[in-house]
Design a protein around this ligand. Sequence first.
Ligand SMILES: Nc1ncnc2c1ncn2[C@@H]1O[C@H](COP(=O)(O)OP(=O)(O)O)[C@@H](O)[C@H]1O
Ligand SMILES: [Mg+2]
Length: 616
Amino acid sequence: MEEKKEVRNFKFSTLFFMIRCIFRASPILFPLLIILTILSIGLSAFALFVLRDATNALVDMLNLDATLTKVFILVFLYLFIEIVFDQFIRFIINYTEGHYYKQADRYFRVLLLYKLGKLPQVNMYDSNIYNKYEYTYTYLYMFQQLPWYLIQFAIHFSFSKLLYLGIIFAFNWVAGIYCLILFIINIIASLLITNKQAKVDKENILPTRQKDYYGSLLNTKAYIKETKINRLEGYFFKKFKDLYLFIRDRYFKIIYQETLVNQIISILSFLFNNGLIFLLIYMVYQGKINLGELTLIQSAGMSLVYAAGQFRRPTKYIVQFVKYAPTMIAMLYPLSKEERKEMKERDYPDFSLKLGDFENIVLKNVTFSYPSKEDEAVSGINLKITRGEIISILGYNGSGKTTLCKLVAGILTPSSGKVYFNGQNIAALDKNEYYKYFGIGFQDYAKYSLRLRDNIGFGRIEALDNDEALNAAIGKTNLQNIIDKLPLGVETILGKEYDKDGQDLSVGQWQRVILARAYMGSPEILILDEPTASIDPFEEERMLEEFRDALEYKTAILISHRISFARLADRIVMMRDGMIVETGTHEELLRNKGYYYELFSSQQALYQSEVGGDEN
Ligand SMILES: Nc1ncnc2c1ncn2[C@@H]1O[C@H](COP(=O)(O)OP(=O)(O)O)[C@@H](O)[C@H]1O
Ligand SMILES: [Mg+2]
């Protein structure tokens, strides 16, 4: 039901696009191909009659009624029409096809990535989306093939074969029906096998992804050290192999069935060809047809049997399209005019905040649950963030701090409740405009295997090449002494996967880079999620000192499970089990003797005993 609805999203303009792609692939040859196709319909039938005449001329020659030259001319004419013409068409087809595939492939792969990039963040917590993506990526070629194969089908099997069928029927209706049955058997076989194949393909997507995952555990940098130290190679390898065999066995079943069906069809075709020859010889003997007619009918018959086999391919592609396309179309469509345009000419105009000066963000009764999880990660959040404020969100692991910051930034959409930016519901705003207000140092930040300057500059893509902005971000985060130690400074590539001179950073160093990324371009609202998590207490102390200056009276949300962060804040927000349990200044909250007081006392005690321990 749902899939049917999805299909309707497919626009016929896409089919036209595909055909236009084919056109563009060879703008001269493709129209020529169509003209030749129309010509070929008549010509190949004509060739058969030439063959008849050639054969009869040969017979006449034996009776000394015709010359060798006449036979040669006729045979040559037949060969010329049938073979040279056919070969020429084949050349154009192959040439056009090669170009078309390359063009269509580029287009659809870019479109797929583009659409994936447009999906809301929440989809990334859903295994189903990964299945659909993998499925679309793997079988995209089928989607592209259909229009091409329909065109090919029109060329090869079109009216000329119908004409042949007419010839056979006129000659002998039993032979005609036999031919027709062969066609039908081929189509049914193709339907059944393609159907099965499609089902198995769908079932195999998840195991294939799992298999690839185990494979990646054996060759990905982030895992390799633990794989080695815990001696996991054998375990992962076995998982990989078992899944591989499981997937393979499912396909083996289809291969067996397909081979069997092919054999049956092959036997039926053999019987037809030979039966026809016997019938024809018998009729020549009876004087009902001459030798020329024998060759004509025999050729038409052979050609039809061959065509019946070839019928399976277009049938297959149509079935594939019906079976596979709904999922793919749901990934790729609808595609609006604006999106098409954006995809074509995506670049970065001047950075400007189109939603006006930031004044406040208000969360009203915001609740959020992750997909396939009943518990609410945050619930009933009411919070106002005003321009120039520094807010510290504190709470233990799992209390919902990270989720809350993603909701504020519009990366996640509330399950219920609303987020307002300057009084406007952000659900109604252009997300790309909204995102411009934020500089975020994520807890689970991205480490790009690219230059250090890219790793910072990505905080404000529009200023990627702006050295002033880059240096400002570096200055605010004391990154210079790390940069000085790198062989190529900010040009050094981080990570060695794509560059032999790449450098790896320590976790603490990375955290400073992430800080610089968040500061890049001096965002209106800075959000730092556990920015000092991997930094030692002394360094943290220094960083906290720097923070206030670096913030330049801009708005900031600092998230931490460490109480030391509270010092910086104008306001402290205490979180517990997804809810805000207390807010206020340091002094207010201490006076309240509530949750903050509890946390403050216990962490202070911890910290002091640690320091005390050091002194002993
Ligand atoms: N991607 C996710 N899918 C499902 N549950 C999640 C996901 N991320 C976080 N959670 C759950 O949401 C709750 C809040 O998590 P989080 O916001 O990360 O807390 P914090 O940042 O305070 O440690 C936790 O119970 C956590 O298990
Ligand atoms: Mg967190």
